[in-house]
Design a protein around this ligand. Structure first.
Ligand code: 26W
Length: 801
């Protein structure tokens, strides 16, 4: 959109007058932010209405992306970028004496997600809008987001994330689009005079689901899609006396807070309520919109795609069946055909503890009609499959087994598409985790390797690099990120390589200033910034990283080999689920090692360990542009894809990785010469599993350096970790090291030791950095989402792949 600086300045002054009736300089950065937000929202509102009208008039097929988590990050800068007015507004504000950075710092970062799954959903929304796909996000408007993390004596402490204490400028409450969601009660099936089954309910507990819509702006196109987040409220038409305090509380509790677990299912009733709440509200609102199109219900699948982001929204399948059977009066088969054509499912993890298995009793009690429908889906599955594949197979794939409901099985049986999020992950689903289903429904299985929006993760968070790239290859790459490969032509261009180094150094200096400001620790921008940023989980092996750091420190202490070692700054960002005690012990260990090393003057700042507090989207935008090394060291087969690996690659970091998840595809692109590989590969791991022949004690007994390092966990070398050190020591030896940390230790240390030589050769290193940037375009979520559109949702998009 074209707006002049003068026009913007007038608009801004008008808005602050109407909002605060006071002078600019009397406003706080937060008030300046809210003012700017209201102006920008208005700029986008035209396109928001236009997009809705256009889709309605053209009866365009819509995609509804159901996710119990979204991690949008701060929206101000990305909305300004996508409107094409970022520079104009920044200059206009500067002329009005408003500092954009402090204003932006006051913005809320909605933490409505745990990690990879939630951020991927937000990258996808940004890409769907940019590719002109009518894509709608559907989720929960949690009153409290993911906990705020503080370190107290090195321990993680969780604080409430009261992100709505100041109104969210981007959302719009749509009371008139509220839906009623029914819980508990009894279901009555009566045959009416024509013999049609009529379904009625009694003694239900009804919740009013009120939607809050946020515009999702496409990049430099007039598309504004919708993110609809539902809030649980007391039904307006009910007499208040019917809602005593604790009843009101239990209603509001449904959208009160995000469950902070990102990999272990823990069957709480409130979580199940949350899952049905946003699913039922979402599906009902889709059908309400569809009915207004006046197209026969039989054609629903041609106009609507419902995507199920992991198993949490799986009840979309029985909920759609409920409406098609009970409200539209369709036959089972007609309803089932439509439902399968409409629904598609993505699996994001093979970890057994993450798979949702809800007690049958809990579902039959909370959502009796949905339970009835699931039973019928299961019965028909058993019936149709037993004849084809026999009882055992059918039993293994049954939805209901021994009193629990396997949500992944329901999601697969009720969807026309099942995809993994990286080639290796999808192969593991086909060959192992979901092999039975793959045998039965081979055509449904497909791979969609994850992606990231290069707009937030390069254009916005690393303007220095973006401008440098545009100086050399023009700006086409901003809309066609694959064009980044044109940078390969400049591999020998020493000027560009030096400029690349300068850009990275400036980003490292900026981050060093942040660390100084927030943590009071000096770090050397010329050191190697070695980054591991992701949720704290044993399979991601932050422990392997800190064991190497301990080894390096002990080596420095014992053999003072400082001359050939390039100084290192090890940067960690990670939250642990509050109930995940082992993960919290590793956090304590990393902080204890940091205290020891950062305050040891004898090693003359050769190593620093920085564990940033409260890691999330906004901190990632500060750390990633400053990274030299990207730590992707999960135990092979455990990380479905990873997405920080793609963000760090795009910002010129060199990846130190196992051949796990999407690291395999990064390696396919950049090759051995531009990446540091180590560790076991999948076949070797399966051999250990099949032969049960892994004995970590043996490795400990035969590797003095490793032994010295592990002993430091329990012999007092590292102060203040008595309990945690022992727990971790035992997990690795007594409990035989579930994630093969000891097995991969040597090759990891060996790979780490290659960094000195490579980094010291600045031309070589900058060439490696350039080759990673040049090959990162393919991991743009614009391409990922176009594959979803073409191969799963069958919906049009504007770009050519
Ligand atoms: C039931 C608790 C729970 C909550 C969230 C279980 C599992 C999850 C998510 C599926 C975990 C998650 O975020 N998985 C990550 O998804 C990313 C996006 O596809 C992948 O890149 C990561 O590899 C995967 O761990």
């Amino acid at each position: 959109m074209e707006i002049s600086k003068e026009h913007f300045k007038k608009e801004y002054s008008r808005a602050l007058t109407s909002l605060y009736a006071s002078e600019i300089q009397d406003l706080t950065p937060l008030e300046q932010y809210i003012t700017l937000g209201s102006v920008v929202k208005e700029y986008a509102s035209q396109n928001w209405m236009q997009t809705k009208k256009k889709n309605q008039q053209s009866q365009a097929k819509q995609v509804y992306y159901f996710s119990i988590e979204f991690l949008p990050g701060k929206l101000l800068k990305s909305n300004l970028l996508n409107l094409g007015i970022l520079d104009t507004v920044r200059e206009g504000l500067a002329e009005l004496g408003v500092d954009f950075a402090s204003l932006e710092a006051a913005a809320a970062d909605p933490g409505l997600g745990n990690g990879g799954l939630g951020r991927l959903a937000s990258c996808f929304l940004d890409s769907m809008a940019t590719c002109d796909i009518p894509g709608n996000g559907n989720g929960i408007r949690y009153r409290y987001g993911l906990f705020k993390q503080k370190f107290v004596n090195g321990f993680q402490v969780e604080l409430p994330d009261d992100w709505l204490r100041h109104a969210d400028v981007w959302e719009t409450r749509r009371e008139n689009k509220a839906e009623l969601v029914r819980f508990f009660g009894d279901v009555h099936l009566e045959e009416d005079e024509e013999g049609v089954i009529k379904v009625s309910y009694s003694n239900t507990e009804d919740i009013l689901a009120v939607p809050y819509d946020t515009g999702i702006l496409g990049y430099e196109n007039d598309t504004v899609n919708n993110l609809r987040l539902w809030s649980a409220e007391i039904p307006t038409n009910a007499e208040l006396e019917y809602y005593p305090e604790e009843r009101r509380k239990s209603i509001h509790s449904i959208s009160e807070m995000l469950y902070p677990d990102d990999s272990s299912y823990d069957g709480r009733l409130l979580r199940l309520k949350q899952e049905y709440f946003f699913v039922s509200a979402g599906v009902q609102s889709i059908i309400r919109y569809y009915r207004r199109l006046g197209v026969p219900i039989e054609h629903l699948a041609e106009k609507v795609s419902i995507h199920i982001n992991d198993t949490h929204p799986t009840m979309c399948i029985p909920e759609l069946m409920r409406i098609l059977l009970d409200e539209e009066g369709l036959s089972w088969d007609a309803a089932w055909t439509i439902t399968m054509k409409t629904c598609s499912y993505t699996n994001h993890t093979i970890l057994a503890e993450a798979l949702e298995k809800w007690p049958e009793r809990m579902l039959s009690n909370l959502v009796p009609r949905i339970y009835q429908i699931i039973c019928e889906i299961n019965r028909r599955h058993l019936e149709s499959m037993t004849v084809l594949y026999g009882a055992d197979f059918t039993q293994r794939t049954a939805i209901i087994q021994d009193g629990v409901i396997h949500m992944a099985n329901l999601a697969i049986i009720g969807s026309h598409s099942v995809n993994g999020v990286a080639k290796l992950h999808t192969d593991i689903l086909k060959e192992k985790a979901l092999h039975d289903f793959y045998l039965a429904y081979p055509a449904r299985f497909n791979n969609k390797t994850n992606g990231i929006t290069h707009r937030r993760w390069l254009l916005l968070s690393n303007e220095g690099l973006s401008d440098l790239i545009s100086d050399y290859i023009g700006t086409e790459w901003k809309k066609k990120p694959n064009e980044l490969y044109l940078l390969k032509a400049f591999k020998e261009d020493t000027i560009l390589l030096e400029k690349l180094e300068q850009v990275k150094l400036a980003n490292k200096e900026r981050f060093a200033a942040y660390v100084k400001e927030e943590m009071g620790i000096e770090i050397d921008p010329n050191a190697v910034f070695d980054v591991q940023i992701k949720r704290l989980h044993a399979y991601k092996r932050q422990l392997l990283n800190v064991l190497h750091i301990i080894s390096l420190y002990l080596k420095l202490k014992e053999t003072n080999v400082e001359e050939e070692m390039v100084p290192r700054v090890f940067i960690f960002g990670a939250k642990a689920a509050p109930s995940y005690s082992y993960a919290k012990e590793i956090i304590k260990l990393i902080n204890a090692v940091a205290d020891l090393i950062n305050n040891d003057a004898t090693i003359d700042d050769k190593i620093k360990v920085i564990f940033v507090e409260n890691y999330g989207v906004t901190l990632a935008e500060k750390i990633i542009p400053a990274a030299d090394i990207s730590e992707q060291i999960s135990l092979v087969t455990k990380e479905a894809s990873g997405t920080s690996n793609m963000k760090l690659m795009l910002n010129g970091a060199v990846t130190l990785a196992t051949l796990d998840g999407a690291n395999v595809e990064i390696h396919d692109k950049v090759g051995d010469e531009n990446m540091l590989l180590f560790g076991m590969q999948d076949k070797e791991l399966y051999h250990f599993y099949d032969s049960n022949s892994y004995h970590s004690q043996e490795i400990y007994d035969h590797n003095p350096r490793l032994k010295r390092c592990l002993d430091a966990l329990v012999d007092g070398t590292i102060p203040n970790i008595e309990a945690e050190g022992r727990e971790i020591f035992d997990s690795l030896l007594k409990y035989n090291d579930e994630y093969f940390v000891l097995k991969d230790y040597d090759s990891y240390v060996q790979a780490q030791s290659r960094i000195d030589g490579l980094y010291r050769d600045r031309k070589k290193w900058n060439q490696m950095s350039l080759m990673n940037i040049a090959n990162a375009g393919e991991f743009s979520s614009d391409y990922t989402i176009m594959h979803y559109a073409d191969e799963i949702w069958n919906v049009n998009h504007n770009k050519n792949l």
